[in-house]
Design a protein around this ligand. Structure first.
Ligand code: ZN
Length: 210
């Protein structure tokens, strides 16, 4: 049973997965054929070799032939560089992107700031965000100048706390460069996570940002 327990412990480290579910994962795998397991094992083994982190927005993306350090969103010349949306996780970026209602740039914070957190700067990529902002706000032509930062957080207490923390952390920067800071309007009903919002809701939340 040792192997089963070890694997189930590993699954229980996944976000949102408890000990019971993690054990079910192990038994699920035991019931599948060897090809499925081999494919999965090799996908996991190669994940970090095939995926890299964008040097601009910090999202994970599949390496391409040019081996560019920048993802296809950051490299797309047709996107609106005057707007930057901050999101907590890659999955939030994907949801907004899929809604088709936003054509600006993104930055993935890699987490959120829980209420009562003593070291908020350790929970998100704050340092990296600041160097991104300094670089982008300082070195651009007038048409591409960053004008607005949109806080794309979840409509729950942690999301709201993260937005408040960011507003505060960015206040000096926003004053220095004359950048407006806005947050998604809550067409999202309270408690909703961005990840589970449909395209129409995201469109409205963008339209009603303040
Ligand atoms: Zn990128």
């Amino acid at each position: 049973m040792k192997k089963i327990n070890r694997l189930s412990d590993m699954f229980s480290e996944f976000p949102g997965i408890g000990p019971r579910q993690s054990k079910r994962f192990v038994y699920f795998l035991l019931a599948r054929n060897p090809e499925f397991l081999d494919e999965m094992a090799s996908m996991i083994a190669n994940l970090k070799k095939e995926i890299r982190q964008c040097e601009d927005c910090s999202r994970f993306f599949q390496k391409n032939f040019s081996n560019s350090p920048i993802c296809e969103i950051c490299g797309d010349k047709n996107r609106d560089r005057t707007k930057l949306m901050l999101v907590s996780r890659d999955i939030d970026l994907e949801t907004v992107e899929k809604s088709g209602s936003y054509s600006g740039m993104y930055f993935v914070l890699g987490g959120s700031v829980p209420i009562l957190e003593k070291n908020p700067e350790n929970q998100i990529r704050l340092k990296r965000l600041f160097s991104y902002l300094d670089e982008k706000a300082g070195n651009r032509g007038e048409a591409d100048k960053l004008k607005e930062i949109i806080l794309g957080m979840n409509a729950n207490p942690t999301g709201e706390h993260t937005a408040d923390f960011l507003k505060n952390a960015l206040s000096e920067f926003s004053a220095k460069y004359g950048i407006k800071i806005s947050a998604l309007g809550r067409g999202l009903s309270t408690g909703t996570e961005l990840e589970y919002s449909d395209a129409e809701t995201i469109k409205n939340a963008l339209k009603n940002r303040a």
